[in-house]
Write a new protein. Structure first.
Length: 753
């Protein structure tokens, strides 16, 4: 079948679904396992490298007594009290200045630390900002210092009158972010976005510039409604989240959700893969962050759990731990066998983990792990790791007293910043640090390669993947038709990371011309069916975005998943199919109902195919997260052919429970599910339970319906074990109308009548 050829007139839903799904029959058990299998339960334990021999750094420096590292790792204190107090975050500028955000009892300040004599330690400290309000996160990029404050994302740069005038003009025309001067008139300030969580314990804490040029924001708050100056906005409610936006604050987008308590900056490897640690009631986990992925945590759904049906698993879990600012080491000042490893500080366990990951299908697995640092000092609180311009690893030790810890010094100044380098062991000789060459860096920034040279590097399969990825990152900044053509060539090449990056770039810069859109669809469709697993998800997402403009694409997305076993068996890829399918309003609803029509009514499919189709629809719906899912479920329930009742009770229960997966602003309501339950009060108990749990969590806008359902429970027509859910269903209506029927019935139930 040539999927790149011109399409024939569109067949009916039933004919389309049957003809495509019969090409490669897949057992229904594959899709059942897709939803029920737990990667965590079968994860392999990482090994500790044989060369790791821990020793006390106090052997080389008495100040470091009790700080353990493997032999070969050198630790130096490059800043300490009274230079730094309680450091929260740090970032390097291009001139080697280390900016440190620190919290004091009286104020939060930003320090600039400089090494003026070249001895490797910071000997000059300057307070450059002392008017900060609850700052978190820190990033330097192209002369701007980024941080969050009171639910806002801000950036500042030194005041320059000419630049200030250049920035205020577009701001006045709403073509740029609002621009002001700080109170001391030393800084130009721009407010990029507002609406992040402002709770003291839930403040956003990480800012990371990705390989793709996006600014990523770590937001552990339970409710975040981020809105940019350009009007773009994204809401992620009831869970921690990762947002992304352009460095100027425009194009705010949801990136990932379902995280419990992510903290600090995320780790970005040399080819743009993103990683974050997370911690909650289910323990500590390492997550491979994927666009539009949900990792399972919800603050409002009991019981507290790190996984839910239809969500993606972590690549590794541990029983306990905490999250902090991560790093993927991409320098050359550590041996090659440590390059590309992830570094994850854990302030709770007082360790810094270092882990080697390797590809596992469309994601990764943790292959090896050891403690880069560990200490029994109760004040040791590693909270961020970054890579310095000299190739060293720099680590923030906030030195905060924890449970059972000795009190801090009276002046509260206990913070430290460590520098880690390689001093050599039996496996590898010492590696000197790379001195900062400001002149060379400045020259390189002023004379970047031309577009033609970047494209040539991108398409040269003999070049290292890191060089090709860097060329594509630079080419995205000078996007035109030639870069698009190069990306179309790249998605047909062998390296899955380059295919992934090219697909992501195409998805961001879709052309406006229909002929060009059709060409993109044909090229990406042809590539997707044979692409390596890591490349399939971004290809699905790029096609999904294209599908919001081309009507035929969502239909093809369903076809591709149906005929590609790997797409159905791999959770990350299947999730990409779901995200793509629900992007075009109405498309997923039509196609899911069409599949059910074939499974339940069409006389042609054999029994295994009917079961496969029902499993496919259920798994797809269970993984959906947008308002499109509510539209599908409502139409499914209200369909005069009563599709829901024709399904087996376990599938009915899963579909009714799927309402709970939708967290949008404004919220959806489960009115259709409530009316269905009233009509089917004799449904099996597992179906009643699923419906009542959904109604208790999601609710109905109709007080009379809530009362009717509660009376079915109190009368015994619905199982009386569902009374707690009936009470939850009544409560919001009773609160809204204290003298209404819902309030009266609630009083009766409470009184035991």
């Amino acid at each position: 079948m040539d999927l790149s050829s011109k399409r024939t007139p569109r067949p009916s839903r039933s004919h389309l679904t049957l003809s495509m799904t019969m090409l490669h029959p897949i057992p229904g058990s594959v899709l059942a396992l897709l939803v029920l299998a737990s990667v965590a339960s079968g994860q392999t334990q990482p090994t500790v490298p044989a060369w790791v021999q821990m020793f006390d750094q106090g052997e080389t420096n008495p100040q470091l007594k009790g700080l353990m590292t493997p032999r070969g790792v050198r630790v130096e204190i490059v800043a300490a009290a009274p230079q730094v107090a309680s450091p929260l975050a740090m970032t390097f500028a291009s001139d080697g200045t280390l900016y440190v955000l620190q919290s004091k009892a009286s104020s939060d300040v930003l320090l600039a630390l400089r090494d003026t004599d070249g001895d490797g330690s910071f000997d000059k400290t300057e307070t450059v900002m002392n008017d900060l309000e609850q700052p978190q996160g820190l990033l330097w990029h192209e002369g701007w210092i980024y941080f969050t404050s009171g639910g806002r994302i801000l950036r500042r740069r030194p005041h320059d009158a000419k630049m200030f005038d250049e920035l205020t003009a577009p701001a006045a025309d709403k073509q740029g972010p609002p621009t002001t001067l700080s109170a001391d008139e030393q800084w130009i300030e721009q407010q990029l976005a507002i609406g992040l969580a402002e709770q003291e314990s839930e403040r956003p804490s990480g800012l990371t510039l990705g390989h793709d040029g996006w600014l990523y924001v770590t937001a552990p708050g339970i409710d975040n409604r981020l809105k940019s100056w350009d009007g773009s906005q994204a809401s992620i409610l009831r869970s921690g989240a990762i947002f992304r936006l352009r460095p100027d604050g425009s194009q705010v987008q949801e990136f990932s959700c379902g995280l419990a308590a992510p903290q600090g900056n995320i780790a970005c490897d040399a080819v743009g893969n993103l990683f974050q640690t997370d911690a909650g009631p289910g323990g500590w986990r390492l997550v491979h962050l994927l666009e539009l992925a949900d990792y399972g945590w919800r603050s409002d759904l009991p019981p507290a759990a790190m996984t839910r049906p239809g969500t993606l698993p972590a690549l590794h879990r541990a029983e306990t731990g905490s999250s902090a600012g991560m790093l993927c080491y991409t320098g050359r000042q550590f041996p090659t066998f440590l390059q590309g490893w992830l570094i994850a500080p854990d302030p709770r366990l007082q360790v810094v983990r270092m882990g080697e990951i390797e590809r596992a299908g469309a994601t990764f697995r943790l292959k090896s792990e050891f403690h880069l640092l560990q200490s029994e000092d109760p004040q040791f609180r590693p909270s961020q790791a970054i890579q310095g311009p000299d190739g060293a690893i720099y680590l923030v030790d906030s030195r905060q007293a924890g449970d059972g810890a000795a009190p801090l010094a009276a002046n509260g100044q206990q913070g430290r910043i460590y520098r880690l380098s390689w001093s050599g062991n039996e496996e590898a000789s010492a590696i000197p640090l790379d001195p900062l060459n400001i002149q060379a860096l400045t020259a390189a920034a002023q004379t970047p390669p031309g577009r033609g040279r970047l494209i040539a590097i991108l398409l040269d399969e003999l070049q290292p993947a890191t060089e090709r990825a860097a060329a594509l990152a630079a080419a995205r900044k000078v996007w035109d038709a030639s870069v698009l053509d190069a990306c179309l060539v790249a998605i047909g090449q062998q390296d899955p990371d380059l295919v992934r990056l090219a697909a992501e770039a195409i998805g961001e810069r879709l052309p406006a011309e229909r002929e060009a859109q059709q060409r993109l669809a044909e090229e990406m469709q042809q590539v997707l069916l044979g692409a390596a697993l890591p490349a399939q998800r971004p290809l699905y997402l790029a096609l999904g975005k294209l599908g919001t403009r081309l009507e035929t694409v969502p239909e093809w997305i369903f076809e591709a998943t149906s005929v590609t076993p790997a797409a159905q068996a791999n959770r990350q890829v299947f999730d990409g199919h779901v995200r793509a399918a629900e992007m075009r309003q109405g498309a997923a609803t039509e196609l899911l109902l069409g599949n059910l029509e074939v499974a339940l009514i069409d006389p042609n499919p054999d029994p295994p195919e009917r079961e496969r189709l029902k499993a496919f629809v259920t798994a797809t719906a269970e993984a959906m997260r947008t308002r499109e899912l509510a539209n599908f479920l409502d139409k499914l329930i209200e369909d005069p052919r009563d599709f829901l009742t024709q399904l087996e009770p376990p599938l009915q229960a899963r579909l009714l429970s799927a309402y709970q997966q939708i967290v949008v602003d404004p919220p959806i309501r489960a009115d259709a599910a409530a009316e269905w339950l009233i009509r089917h009060a004799t449904a099996p108990l597992e179906v009643q339970q699923a419906a009542m749990q959904t109604l208790a969590a999601v609710g109905t806008d109709k007080p009379a319906t809530a009362v009717a359902i509660a009376r079915l429970v109190t009368s015994g027509k619905l199982d009386r074990s569902l009374l707690p859910q009936a009470v939850r269903l009544l409560q919001p209506h009773a609160k809204q109308s204290p003298t209404g029927e819902a309030a009266k019935l609630l009083v009766e139930i409470t009184a035991g009548k």
